[in-house]
Design a protein around this ligand. Structure first.
Ligand code: FES
Length: 106
């Protein structure tokens, strides 16, 4: 199972074992990552699973589809690496990935 590091806005980092085939959001929730709220349960409608994925990982991901992109445009502090973690399916080759979290999901 790939190990993924979630980095809170204050720099606190926590590693979580993610299950391939599950969403990155689910890995965060199962791992008790406070910064991922996931209020819609992964339906791509709440944006409270917003995260930032920097290179080199960003380019390994399938691009956000139109629906995800539309939601991202409404988040508080969008960046180039902004993604919705519920729309990213974990793969074995994500081992070592770092995921930054925004200061707030609202
Ligand atoms: Fe709601 Fe991702 S969990 S948009």
């Amino acid at each position: 199972m790939p190990l993924i590091t979630f980095i809170a806005h204050n720099g606190d980092a926590r590693e979580v074992e993610a299950e391939s085939g599950h969403s990155l959001m689910q890995a965060a929730v199962d791992g008790g990552i406070d910064g991922i709220l996931a209020e819609c349960g992964g339906a791509c409608s709440c944006a409270t699973c917003h995260c930032y994925i920097d290179e080199p990982w960003r380019s390994k991901l399938p691009p956000a589809d139109d629906m995800e992109q539309g939601i991202i445009e409404g988040v508080l502090e969008p960046e180039d690496g902004s993604r919705l973690s519920c729309q990213i399916e974990v793969r074995d080759d994500f081992d070592g990935m770092e995921v930054r979290l925004p200061a707030s999901q609202y």
